[in-house]
Ligand binder design. Structure first.
Ligand code: PEP
Ligand code: MG
Length: 588
């Protein structure tokens, strides 16, 4: 008897519904040669084999880079990064060391290296570092394949319309598969997280993708029908007829709707009563820029800069930061880029030189964000100099995370002035007097907002943290996720307060937390008077559409009503009942 329908919930990283036959690929269990190297000459032979394998993998990556289809040109940097990672001390350095010191053959040395990387992955809670370690692990598997004569290294031909189910897939392999004529319908991986490079490539390919579906490979066979919902991260294995029919309908609606909203996303976000809402994109990796620009946003409203400090042994140099920031500023020009200074700590607890205090204490309330920068002045000065230098190339604004008092703003202003002065003395190009804004994410700042407004050029409300701190609910803890309520009356009143103060003091306010990306919450924010929303690129077409179909009058009336509710549940029920008829495709 065929097993019944089964639902697996994981992490959706690339939107869309896919329905198709599963193609389950597990890494072949190869018996790897295992021998010792009694004399030094054999050591040289094995390191030579390792070098040759590295050359083969490099050649393969370069070939993949050369053959990229136009929609993936912007992702070439990921392949370049992988080519560099092939020389990472954690990979070939470690494998080479094992060959020399432990006198074992190349395959076993790479295998031991993979075990070491897996050990590290189990220890780091940080998603970014995990993702980068996973990149190294995938390259290690590619090295083993090359050492074994590349028997297992290549992706097999994937039948058109099928859904690939794999433990993990490297960005290069995914690009290679994407280049083949036959288009697969979707991707499910057991490993990986929201910010992995594979997730970013999947988004660029607009391939419905769910990652982190633990052990899914053991629950189904190739040929089983599966449904994948990349928005909510759900996989339905062997759906019954009723489920299948429901999802086929949803898929048809979604296809026509997505085509339509993407087509119109270059149009300005004007409400029906002619109020312009500024829609900007949030980013942390350069790979996200093409989507931000293609979807017709007005620039980058939040450039998170933590990424370059994670997963490395040395701090990034001023030059390295400058080069990266310059590329971003130049690509986005003449539109603006709001760059946020380093926000280490909390869920982005780094390992390595930029460590933000002892890991076991409560990082969310610890030396996080601007506090960490002000206690690590050299690190902060380096970043500020790089930002000031990049500012000469376009429209750049600086924003500080986790500000809790005015002194933090003042001290930073002094550091910026000093950095400007030193650049001026050196004759290094930069812009003076860059607008310096502050994030509003610590609840007490709402009550000193007038005073802050006198010294800050703009406010950006980080609703992710504001909700976490105001409701005392850890934003990443699934045990309390029910209590993480953006529509809690206390949160709505806080948002209204800051938007009102912004208007009264002529201080521009943007909302850049996830509330700006949800259709329901974005509607409420517009009703509360928000004029600037910044969100992940994928949300831009949908929110632009929502704005273009609404009137400010209607949203304000709805929000005024919502402000009288007493619980988040009441607020959500009211908003859903009013908006779901008006925007069925956006809210379902
Ligand atoms: C926020 O807190 O809402 C925010 C935008 O910053 P981050 O998610 O990076 O903490
Ligand atoms: Mg934040």
């Amino acid at each position: 008897m065929t097993p019944r329908e089964m639902v697996v919930n994981a992490v959706g990283v690339s939107e869309g519904i896919a329905i198709g036959e599963a193609l389950v690929l597990s890494r072949p269990r190869m018996r790897l040669p295992n021998y010792r190297l009694p004399d030094p000459e054999l050591v040289a032979v094995e390191t030579g084999r390792l070098d040759k394998a590295r050359g083969q993998v490099r050649a393969r990556l370069s070939a993949a880079r050369t053959g990229l289809p136009p929609e993936l040109y912007s992702q070439a940097g990921i392949i370049d990064a992988h080519i560099l990672l092939l020389d990472d001390p954690l990979l070939t350095g470690e494998a080479g060391r094992l060959i020399r010191e432990e006198r074992i053959n190349a395959e076993q040395a790479v295998l031991r290296t993979i075990e070491k990387i897996n050990g590290l992955m189990a220890k780091v809670a940080d998603e970014y570092i995990g993702a980068r370690l996973s990149d190294v692990e995938m390259l290690a598997h590619a090295l083993i394949s090359a050492l074994m004569g590349d028997k297992a290294g290549r992706m097999p031909l994937i039948p058109a319309g099928s859904i690939l189910v794999v433990r993990d897939i490297s960005p290069a392999d995914l690009m290679e598969v994407a280049q083949s004529e036959a288009k697969m319908a979707g991707l499910v991986t057991e490993r990986g997280g929201r910010t992995s490079h594979t997730a970013i490539v999947a988004q660029a390919l607009e391939l419905p993708t769910v990652v982190g579906a633990n052990n899914i490979g053991s629950k189904l066979n190739s040929g089983d029908t599966i449904i994948l919902d990349g928005r909510i991260g759900r996989v339905i294995i062997r759906p019954d007829q009723e489920t299948l029919a429901k999802y086929r309908d949803r898929q048809a609606v979604e296809w026509s709707f997505t085509t339509e909203i993407v087509r119109s996303s270059h149009l300005p976000a004007l409400t029906l009563d002619d109020r312009r809402i500024n829609i900007l994109g949030n980013m942390e990796l350069e790979e996200e820029l093409p989507a931000i620009l293609n979807y017709g946003s007005e620039g980058v409203g939040l450039y998170r800069t933590e990424f370059m400090y994670l997963n490395r042994k040395t701090l990034p140099t001023e030059e390295e930061l400058f080069q990266t920031y310059s590329r971003v500023v130049r690509t986005v020009a003449p539109r603006q880029v709001v760059i946020r200074t380093l926000d280490l700590g909390n869920e982005k607890t780094p390992v390595g030189p930029a460590t933000a205090g002892p890991g076991s204490l409560n990082q969310a309330l610890g030396l996080r964000g601007i506090r960490h920068c002000l206690s690590n002045r050299d690190l902060f000065r380096t970043q500020l100099r790089a930002i000031l230098r990049a500012s000469a190339l376009g429209d750049l604004k600086i924003m500080l995370p986790m500000v809790s008092n005015i002194d933090e703003l003042r001290v930073t202003r002094t550091l910026i002035d000093e950095a400007e002065e030193s650049l001026r003395r050196e004759g290094t190009p930069h812009k003076a007097g860059l607008p310096l804004g502050t994030m509003i994410e610590v609840p007490a700042t709402l009550f000193i907002a007038r005073e802050l407004a006198a010294e800050a050029a703009f406010f950006a409300v980080g609703t992710n943290d504001l909700i976490q701190y105001a409701l005392a609910v850890d934003r990443a803890n699934p045990e309390v996720s029910e209590m993480y309520q953006p529509l809690h009356p206390g949160i709505l009143r806080m948002l209204k307060l800051i938007l009102d103060i912004g208007r009264e003091t002529n201080t521009p306010v943007s909302i850049c937390g996830d509330m700006a990306a949800g259709s329901l919450t974005a509607g409420v924010l517009v009703g509360l008077g928000a004029e600037t929303l910044s969100m992940p690129p994928a949300a831009i077409p949908k929110i632009k559409r929502l704005v273009r179909m609404s009137s400010l009058a209607e949203m304000s009336a709805l929000t005024n009503e919502i402000l009288t509710t007493r619980t988040a549940y009441e607020a959500a029920a009211l908003a859903t009942s009013r908006l779901s008829d008006r925007f069925p495709e956006l809210l379902n």
